[in-house]
Design a binder for this molecule. Structure first.
Ligand code: 5GP
Length: 199
């Protein structure tokens, strides 16, 4: 029997830099886990590609997918749906390959309820003031949206207790290295290694 792949979930408040950290992780050609591309009803930002950054879909299409049970989890965030397509995750894990999700806190907690064996990593901002600065610096959201995101982040920070690891995103490269170290350690858990040897 093939050993099931590892489910790795990177989460944390919006604006903490999850997207930047995730992109930096996947820039490394040696990375041998697969990225789960989310579906969203938000409009693409400049430079974003359908099928690479997200699957950009209409609200109607998204709601159809929810009804059909095609979403492992989904969340509504600042007026848009975001969700993880179920089949990619199931097929990839069953084939023995590891999957990496980068999703918000609401979504991560839904996944954890269904798949508690996953590795849950919480990316923390150095401080909340910094989070606001990053959102403002990005220049993609209105002041009203930024206020909503900061309020959501404060709430999300309280949920850190549900995770296995907390990684501070002070310097991107450092955060990337810490996350890679976590994944390496999780792959070397005796329970996983023993399963491989005794198979
Ligand atoms: P953005 O609009 O900045 O790309 O993403 C907004 C938030 O949605 C981020 O916190 C991002 O991590 C989260 N997100 C992206 N994909 C998913 C997903 O599939 N499910 C959930 N629950 N959140 C997601």
């Amino acid at each position: 029997m093939t050993e099931r792949g590892l489910l790795i979930v990177l989460s944390g408040p919006s604006g903490v830099g999850k997207g930047t950290v995730r992109k930096a992780i996947f820039e490394d050609d040696a990375v041998d886990f697969r990225y789960s591309i989310s579906a969203t009803t938000r409009k693409p930002r400049t430079g974003e590609e359908n099928g690479k950054d997200y699957f950009f879909v209409s609200r109607e299409e998204f709601e159809d997918k929810i009804q059909a049970g095609d979403m492992l989890e989904y969340a509504e965030y600042v007026g848009n749906y975001y969700g993880t397509p179920r089949s990619f995750i199931e097929e990839t894990l069953a084939s023995g390959r590891d999957v990496f999700l980068e999703i918000d806190v609401q979504g991560a907690l839904q996944v954890k309820a269904k798949m508690p064996e996953g590795v849950y990593i919480f990316l923390t901002p150095p401080d909340i003031k910094n989070l606001r600065m990053r959102l403002e610096g990005r220049g993609t959201d209105s002041a009203e949206v930024i206020e909503k995101r900061v309020a959501a982040a404060k709430d999300e920070l309280k949920k850190m207790i549900n995770y296995n690891y907390a990684v501070e995103n002070d310097v991107v490269d450092k955060a990337v290295n810490r996350i890679k170290a976590i994944i390496t350690a999780e792959r070397l858990r005796v329970t996983r290694v023993i399963d491989e040897i005794t198979d």
